[in-house]
Ligand binder design. Structure first.
Ligand SMILES: [Zn+2]
Length: 100
């Protein structure tokens, strides 16, 4: 890779640039953290995946991790609410049918 400070080519294994002593950690490519809404959609569809992404990314990619986490929460709430609402609907339907 190349030193971000002086631009000279340096060994990947070195802890700092031998020419200007800039720590190599400053040369690391910044991780893409665009906080895309698609992570939220993914989290909503697959709450477990969203939760895992949130845990993995909460330090390195907080924006994307947050989206995935919120998506996972929405997906989880919906996965609980929809069967309950369906169950209530079936009970109401059963009572209505019985009373006819
Ligand atoms: Zn350098």
């Amino acid at each position: 890779m190349y030193c971000r400070n002086c631009g000279k080519e340096i060994d990947n294994n070195l802890a700092q640039c031998p020419y200007c002593n800039t720590p190599v950690s400053q040369n690391q490519i910044v991780v893409e953290d665009n906080g895309s809404m698609w992570w939220g959609v993914l989290g909503c569809c697959v709450p477990i995946a969203g939760l895992v992404l949130y845990i993995v990314w909460k330090d390195t990619k907080p924006q994307s991790g947050k989206k995935a986490g919120i998506g996972a929460l929405i997906g989880f709430v919906l996965s609980v609410l929809i069967p309950i609402l369906f169950y209530i609907f079936m009970i109401v339907l059963a009572i209505a049918t019985y009373e006819l």
